[in-house]
Design a protein around this ligand. Structure first.
Ligand SMILES: [Zn+2]
Ligand SMILES: [Zn+2]
Length: 86
């Protein structure tokens, strides 16, 4: 464990869950109107095959979008959930 070192923004992104969007797989959540996923940063509709990041608050965004965002913000752009800093 590297304790005491200030993490670079990149390592914050590294710590987040990455996944490839394969279409809506939330079949257990019929109540949620999440038929179309959107990136919380660019607000673009997520297309199948996109590389995404799932934040601790379960919001998702493009892997490409989080990098520039995380350099200036350590919060989710939608709910302002604080992202892990280590
Ligand atoms: Zn995006
Ligand atoms: Zn959020």
């Amino acid at each position: 464990m590297a304790f005491g070192s200030v993490p670079a923004a990149k390592s914050v992104v590294e710590a987040l869950e990455k996944f490839k969007y394969e279409g809506s797989c939330d079949q257990d959540h019929e109540d949620e109107s999440k038929l179309i996923e959107t990136c919380v940063i660019c607000m673009e509709e997520v297309i199948i095959g996109s590389h995404l990041i799932r934040m601790p608050c379960s919001h998702i965004c493009h892997e490409d979008c989080i990098s520039p965002w995380i350099h200036q913000n350590h919060t989710c752009p939608l709910c302002r959930h604080k992202l892990p800093s280590q």
